[in-house]
Design a binder for this molecule. Sequence first.
Ligand SMILES: [Zn+2]
Length: 173
Amino acid sequence: MDTVPQVLLAIAAVTAVSVLIYRTIRAYKRYRGKLLVTCPENRQVVAVEVDAAGAAITAATGGPKLVLTDCTRWPERQGCGQACLSQIELSPENCQVRTVLDRWFEGRKCAYCGRVLGEVRWQDHKPALLTPQRELVEWSSLAVEELPRLLETHSAACHDCLTLGSADEERTS
Ligand SMILES: [Zn+2]
């Protein structure tokens, strides 16, 4: 029996399954969690969630089909046409909270030292968000749906000022 075609067939099958799994995982990561979009109805930024599992499964088999599962304006506006989904379809990355924060911090000046923050290094050089009274906003306590509103009034502080204590000095002086 000729085993070469069988081996090739097996390789093709494994490759096809791998591609499907890759697409599913990639789509799931893209669409999970809270996403920020501009509500087409009132032109305000809102936090929404889509059915990430459903998007992942449909992404693997043709293209992601997005369904909204939550929105800051729900349940009052639950019957909306979900027109904001086009923004997520166009660029899910642009709607991710991390991207919105990256864009906001980049080019912003530190409220303490005046240095431009530049590209954010979340792992080892996390910047901070300060209230108008210069109180530190804990990232863990941040409500995503509040974020667009906070970014209009809050300022930024660089990692160095927070760790080197100049922020504390200013606060206590
Ligand atoms: Zn600074």
